[in-house]
Design a protein around this ligand. Structure first.
Ligand SMILES: [Fe+2]
Ligand SMILES: [Fe+2]
Length: 188
């Protein structure tokens, strides 16, 4: 498998979550809000799309293309793709804040949540098309077979470390807090 094969498979999963976000936005705009559903979708996008998927693009794919110029300006397009990652990250932060305000009673925050859901879906949909149809194939042409093999291996290592760290964090924080700990007993 090519490194971009792995990334494109991840894009297909992200697209499924974007469809669900669109449906949830439609429900919100008709007056029904399920805050837990929105929070789950945003948590998923933060961990899977931003930390893991963007993590591999930013730490492995983009640096490998630095300075490689064919008929294609990699430095310029990678800089634009990085700006889009930053923009998606900023929208995720805004919606996480709005979710917090909403759960504290500020019902007006529903407008921010709905608007941010729409923004994230729009930006991410364009971003995925740009990478799939324009960037990834040109990127593979710029790399040797050996470089592509090394890249795939590096991505697999990234995923392994990421999975272990992610679940260790869950055990140490979320799950430990749910059951309580000797220093912080659970509520009766
Ligand atoms: Fe990307
Ligand atoms: Fe991507």
């Amino acid at each position: 498998m090519l490194p971009i094969g792995a990334l494109m498979k991840e894009h297909r999963v992200v697209e499924k979550s974007l469809k669900l976000m669109t449906l949830e936005k439609q429900r919100m705009d008709s007056g029904k809000i399920d805050i837990d559903v929105v929070r789950s979708l945003i948590d998923f996008l933060t961990v899977f799309a931003d930390e893991s998927h963007h993590g591999k693009e930013e730490a492995i794919l983009f640096p490998a293309l630095k300075g490689k110029s064919q008929s294609y300006e990699f430095d310029e397009i990678t800089s634009n793709l990085m700006k889009e990652h930053a923009s998606i990250r900023a929208h995720l932060r805004t919606i996480q804040n709005a979710l917090q305000w909403f759960s504290e009673g500020d019902k007006e925050s529903a407008n921010t949540i709905s608007r941010e859901l729409g923004e994230i879906v729009a930006i991410y949909t364009r971003h995925v098309v740009k990478e799939d149809d324009l960037f990834f194939h040109s990127a593979m042409k710029a790399l040797s077979e050996e470089e592509k093999e090394e890249m795939l291996f590096a991505m697999q290592e990234f995923d392994l470390d990421f999975t272990i760290n992610h679940f260790e964090k869950l055990i140490d924080t979320k799950y430990a807090n749910l059951i309580g700990s000797p220093s912080k007993p659970a509520k009766p």
